[in-house]
Design a protein around this ligand. Structure first.
Ligand code: GP9
Ligand code: MN
Length: 414
């Protein structure tokens, strides 16, 4: 019964069917390479520090890609894993903890499985331990064929920092594995170096000139973002060298913020302005870039967030799930726009308004406005989160299989 309530809601409000945009199928049959940019916020793009670009490679890449500037992260306590959870499932993260840890044995109908229906092989590359965020277990549940974790890499004191390999050796050591995957593949790469507390001491890893006044956390963040940008550049070079570039679509996203609110004072100095409540919201924007080799770049202004990534990818890849599913996302290529990004704490943003700390704000002026301008959305926001939670806590996707609504996939367990 509960699953039908969630379905009815999605049918009515969201349109459960995949929205087909004018870009539908443009990347049909290509390998999918997904790159999680650790802690990377959008404000570092096209920004200079001491006269130097922080993300020179990404700045160029954006011009040559589909770029979505009105894009927010929607993660909660599960951080990187929340972003992964949204992207693979089109469901919201949980309000506490991580679904990877709390619900690893549910029936999901995740991106690896949907792509498997099209004969895609799926693998994750991440040089942390496989137990972190319970990834080893959750990836099996989600349908990944292979997880290349720390034990698959040569990790030394020199080539690692914090949780694992530095991003440059990480991509370098991943290439031989990637080359040998059956094609087409879905390969997910989780970068790691740009992680709090942003420590990267080695001279060879410095690509920004800093002075002695630049020792604070915010400047360290810029230095590690710059390193990450260099790593992405080298990865693209390697993909080209190995002949993998042209037949792949490369999707990059920032998983969540890196500079938390407690560093607002330091950040204000760099930005040269006071950070208001709506500025703080703008700081929750993260990069979202879809690079399709051979296609011209275009800025796409749809308002969206991480829960929309799955539908957006399926749209451009021209893949339709064979079974019915529950998905709270919407293709950001579609002209049929949702115009709403829901955050896990019940706050939200539309094209015009932002609802933050229970106050309603006009986004463009940053001024507080009458609450009733936000109230029409409140009910929908509550329902989105409530139905998503009910699917996760009730393990409801298993019922979609069982009551014969859908075509049964014999490879799935009962
Ligand atoms: C660690 C990576 C980063 O494996 O997921 O941690 P997080 O950003 O989730 O704290
Ligand atoms: Mn993260």
């Amino acid at each position: 019964n509960d699953i039908h309530k969630a379905e009815d809601y999605l049918n009515k409000e969201n349109n459960i069917k995949l929205s087909k945009s004018q870009y539908h199928g443009q990347a049909y049959g290509k390998n999918l390479i997904l790159i999680s940019l650790e802690s990377t916020q959008q404000f570092v793009l096209n920004r200079k520090i001491n006269g130097q670009e922080i993300t020179p490679f990404l700045n160029k890449l954006i011009k040559d890609s589909y770029y979505f500037p009105n894009f927010y992260h929607q993660t909660a306590q599960g951080k990187t894993s929340d972003a992964e959870f949204m992207i693979d499932n089109g469901l919201y993260p949980l309000s506490g903890g991580s679904a990877f840890v709390r619900r690893p044995h549910n029936d999901y109908y995740a991106l690896p499985e949907i792509l498997k229906e099209q004969n895609y092989y799926s693998a994750v590359f991440h040089s942390n331990d496989e137990t972190f965020w319970n990834r080893g277990n959750m990836y099996k549940t989600l349908g990944y064929d292979r997880f290349f974790a720390k034990k698959d890499y040569e990790v030394t004191e020199e080539n690692s920092v914090n949780y694992g390999l530095k991003d440059i050796p990480f991509f370098e050591q991943s290439i031989p594995y990637l080359k040998n995957l059956p094609q087409p593949f879905y390969a997910k790469f989780l970068t790691l170096t740009n992680h709090f507390p942003f420590l990267l001491q080695n001279e060879d890893d410095q690509f920004l000139n800093m002075d002695e006044n630049n020792a604070d956390l915010v400047h360290r963040y810029f230095a590690t973002v710059r390193y990450e940008d260099e790593a992405i550049k080298r990865f693209f070079d390697l993909l080209k060298k190995e002949g993998l570039y042209k037949n792949s679509i490369i999707v990059l996203y920032g998983d969540h913020y890196g500079i938390s609110k407690s560093y607002d004072k330091e950040l204000e100095k760099v930005l040269g302005t006071k950070i208001s409540i709506t500025d703080q919201l703008e700081l929750q924007k993260v990069p979202f870039i879809i690079h399709v080799p051979g296609e011209k770049g275009k800025q796409i202004n749809s308002l969206g967030g991480e829960v929309d990534i799955r539908q957006t990818i399926l749209d451009i890849m021209g893949v339709e799930p064979k079974k019915e599913t529950i998905d709270f996302g919407r293709s950001l290529f579609s002209t049929n726009k949702k115009n709403l990004v829901v955050f896990r704490d019940g706050s939200f943003v539309t094209n015009k308004y932002a609802y933050l700390d229970e106050g309603c704000y006009d986004k463009s002026s940053g001024k507080k406005v009458k609450r009733n301008l936000c109230t029409p959305y409140l009910d929908k926001v509550e329902k989105e989160l409530m139905y998503s939670d009910s699917v996760i806590f009730g393990d409801l996707l298993r019922f979609l299989e069982r009551d014969g609504i859908i075509i049964k996939n014999p490879s799935r367990k009962e």
